[in-house]
Design a protein. Structure first.
Length: 260
């Protein structure tokens, strides 16, 4: 418990979390991508206890898993959710996909959903997709019904979606059909907030909650980018206040949609 105690205190200091519950140690898991059945891996974090728990599928950016991957999974587990951080790249030998349309991403997300639904400590009726940048694009495609499911699959569905700094222009004109949270920085030069505002205003009342953080740039939640760094031509910068507030917003959204 000592290691958990210090992790919890660090999370509270960094992300403004006031209450933490124990989480199990992270576990590397293997599962199949939807459709073609391509092997994928991910990192599973669980709350302690018997469950069944609601769950979250976490989807990374075009740069791959963040440096804080384990802390993110543990943080969500301490909220009372099983968290599966999908690794789209490791089994494919990829380093980044920032200059291409990474088509397997949605199928990988549904493969992760199917894996979670098979676990006895997960409630398959209460699973959300949470994505970051390219992963946020995947979350929005899921939210707008653009997801690729296995042929004939009648299994679990995503109950809600949340997208951190997603490219909202990619789903311009589409209708969101599950509750969706969008979190973006007002100074994001990669995925502009105005595109998300346009998307949100076209939706049925109450389906999309848009949060725009003044002064924040792309990847505002990731301390690894410090005060600002150019990566693959993109300006990425950490914003402590936006990061703290974004996790509070996500936690409240998940609680409202998944009933935790």
């Amino acid at each position: 418990m000592r290691g958990f105690f210090y992790t919890c205190i660090a999370a509270a200091a960094l992300f403004g979390l006031l209450v933490c519950a124990p989480a199990e140690a992270e576990e590397l898991v293997k599962f199949a991508s939807a459709g073609q059945g391509e092997p994928i891996q991910g990192y599973l974090s669980r709350p302690r206890g018997a469950g069944p728990f609601p769950a979250v599928v976490l989807l990374h950016s075009c740069l791959g898993l963040p440096a804080e991957r384990a802390a993110i999974g543990e943080r969500i587990a301490t909220w009372g959710y099983v968290a599966l951080y999908v690794d789209d790249f490791a089994t494919r030998g990829l380093k980044e996909t920032c200059a291409v349309d990474f088509k397997p991403a949605v199928a990988d997300a549904y493969g992760a959903l199917a894996h979670l639904a098979s676990l006895p400590d997960v409630d398959p009726a209460r699973v959300a997709a949470v994505g970051f940048s390219q992963g946020g694009d995947t979350a929005l495609k899921i939210a707008t019904g653009g997801g690729t499911r296995p042929a004939g699959d009648q299994g679990a569905v995503f109950r809600a979606a949340a997208a951190f700094y997603p490219p909202c222009a990619n789903v311009a004109g589409a209708a969101v059909d599950i509750p969706t949270l969008i979190l973006v920085g007002a100074k994001d030069e990669v995925t502009p907030a105005r595109d998300c505002a346009e998307l949100a205003k076209r939706q049925q009342t109450g389906m999309v909650k848009l949060v725009v953080f003044p002064g924040a740039a792309h990847a505002f939640d990731l301390a690894e980018f410090g005060a600002g760094a150019k990566v693959m031509g993109m300006l990425l910068a950490y914003d402590r206040n936006a990061a703290q507030e974004s996790w509070k917003k996500l936690r409240a959204f998940l609680k409202a949609q998944l009933g935790r």
